[in-house]
Design a protein around this ligand. Structure first.
Ligand code: NAP
Length: 278
């Protein structure tokens, strides 16, 4: 296990708890101490750490840091799983490099926080060498019970990860804007959170329907047209002026919808916004 930050430490601990033999490497040795006490072997020498194992899991800040750490390391015959977050291009470049160095390369993206690791539901997107997936699958299933292998193209896991994060953080920013609306009217933000939790399946269905619409090129005959939806943001901007709220979120959303209206999609479904993004 290379990298003992917030995530790497939890990954190493989960493997130890399942009785796996784990060698750990980290730039700052002190983070290894609790893991050594739990049965891990510490190696301050990265090459020795790699040599001592068949499966090499990496969880560092990013791919640039990984390049620095793994520079010059011999990895012939090893199965390397990169669990640091990056772009599809990062993954493609690393897959090419590590494959040329004789390793079987699997790219991974963890869609969970450290405290959510190790459950049946914990999702880890994976892509790259099928042989590496076969070799590392059992160990990875200890870290996250829901392995989503997306095939041999190394960039697929990080594309999935960033697309899912885009959806999640987009919603989160919308929620924070909604939280300010609640606060400014003297209402409880936690109640909004609970309400959204309760209707989450409905929101999920809306996302799914829009995804299906885009895939099947269904842009017309809306139940709720872009013009109708865009009206929401004019109201939100007026509310922001009235209650002295930040206008950033409403302004951004209005701009996205406005572009679609300007392109003539006002009477189309929300799915049509993708045409202006394209
Ligand atoms: P973190 O706590 O900041 O840990 C960063 C790790 O990278 C540490 O091991 C750190 O070593 C090492 N590092 C940084 N710069 C280095 C350098 N120049 N040379 C050598 N080592 C260096 O980050 P984290 O939360 O564990 O995240 C690690 C990866 O997992 C990231 O790609 C992140 O996006 C991904 N991830 C994290 C979460 C999460 O919720 N935390 C969720 C999903 C995915 P030192 O200990 O010596 O500083």
């Amino acid at each position: 296990m290379i990298g003992l930050g917030a995530m790497g430490t939890v990954l190493a601990r989960l493997l130890l708890e399942k009785g796996k033999q784990v060698t750990v490497w980290n730039r700052s040795e002190e983070k290894a101490r609790p893991l050594i006490a739990a049965g891990a072997t510490y190696s301050g020498d990265i090459q020795a750490a790699v040599d001592a194992n068949d499966i090499i899991l990496i969880c560092l800040t990013d791919y640039a840091v990984t390049d620095q750490v793994m520079q010059g390391v011999t990895m012939k015959g090893k199965t390397v799983v990169q669990l640091s977050t990056g772009t599809p291009q990062d993954a493609r470049v690393m897959a090419g490099d590590y494959t040329a160095r004789g390793a079987a390369y699997l790219d991974g993206a963890i869609l969970a926080t450290p405290s959510q690791m190790g459950t049946e539901q914990t999702p880890i997107f994976l892509s790259g060498s099928a042989a590496a997936y076969d070799t590392a699958g059992d160990a990875l299933r200890i870290l996250g019970g829901t392995l989503i292998y997306q095939g041999e193209a190394p960039g697929a896991a990080s594309a999935w990860d960033l697309a899912a994060l885009s959806t999640m953080f987009g919603m989160m920013i919308g929620f924070l804007n909604g939280a300010r609306i609640m606060e400014s009217e003297g209402m409880q933000v936690a109640d909004l959170g609970s309400m959204i939790h309760n209707i989450a399946p409905v929101l999920g269905q809306m996302i799914k329907d829009t995804g299906d619409d885009i895939q099947q090129q269904r842009f017309e005959d809306p139940q709720s047209s872009i013009d109708i939806c865009a009206g929401t943001f004019a109201l939100m901007l007026r509310l922001a002026a009235e209650n002295k709220l930040d206008k950033g979120f409403a302004g951004f959303a209005q701009q996205m919808f406005g572009k679609a209206q300007a392109a003539g999609f006002g009477q189309h479904r929300i799915s049509a916004i993708i045409k202006t993004l394209r």
